[in-house]
Design a binder for this molecule. Structure first.
Ligand code: AMP
Length: 172
């Protein structure tokens, strides 16, 4: 984990003043770090019967796809409005720097699915809480929540549903 931590780049005042942005592109471009991320994420869910990994646009697509591949599960994107071509469900939420809406295809998840929701960073938790609400409407058997990085001082976990099992690889 120290190796991955050493590859994370802190970008100050992005996308606006006062935000320290945890940039994972410097992790993903490093072959060894990418391999460790895939392995460590998949170990958390290896015996849980996961059938779908839901990744949140856009940085959640990278770790989410790797996790899905490692688990032999399918991958489902949660996207910004107007990007998904077929019939969608929508949810709106507040985030650290602004307000946003996300969508998922209405037929993406079934009641037989066991789902891992994945994003790169947990900040305020608003994005993930909205994604959880979207997936919950499709009534899968179980929903896990996962991040690569958790920014503990923002206490995002408090905004996530109490019944969800939340894991993160790295906490700050
Ligand atoms: P939130 O809804 O506040 O938990 O925001 C989470 C989303 O915003 C994730 O998709 C992150 O990629 C992004 N994000 C928010 N704050 C940061 C940060 N300080 N560093 C990196 N990504 C962030």
């Amino acid at each position: 984990m120290e190796y991955i931590k050493s590859r994370i780049r802190d970008v100050y005042d992005f996308p606006q003043k006062g935000v320290v942005f945890k940039d994972l592109t410097t992790v993903f471009k490093d072959p060894r770090a990418l391999h460790i991320i895939g392995w460590d994420l998949s170990q958390i869910y290896r015996d849980k019967g996961v059938t779908k990994v839901v990744g949140i646009e856009s940085r959640g697509f990278i770790g989410g796809s790797i996790l899905a591949f490692e688990l032999g599960a399918g991958f489902v994107p949660v996207r910004k409005p107007g990007k998904l071509p077929a019939d969608t469900l929508q949810a709106s939420y507040d985030k650290e720097y602004g307000k946003d809406t996300i969508e998922i295809h209405r037929d993406a998840i079934t009641e037989d699915d066991i789902v891992v929701l994945h994003d790169d960073v947990l900040a305020t938790g608003g994005t993930m809480a909205a994604a959880y609400e979207l997936v919950k409407r499709m009534n899968p058997k179980k929903i896990y929540i996962n991040f690569i990085i958790e920014l503990g001082m923002l206490n995002g976990r408090a905004n996530l549903p109490a019944d969800a099992e939340v894991t993160s690889l790295i906490k700050y």
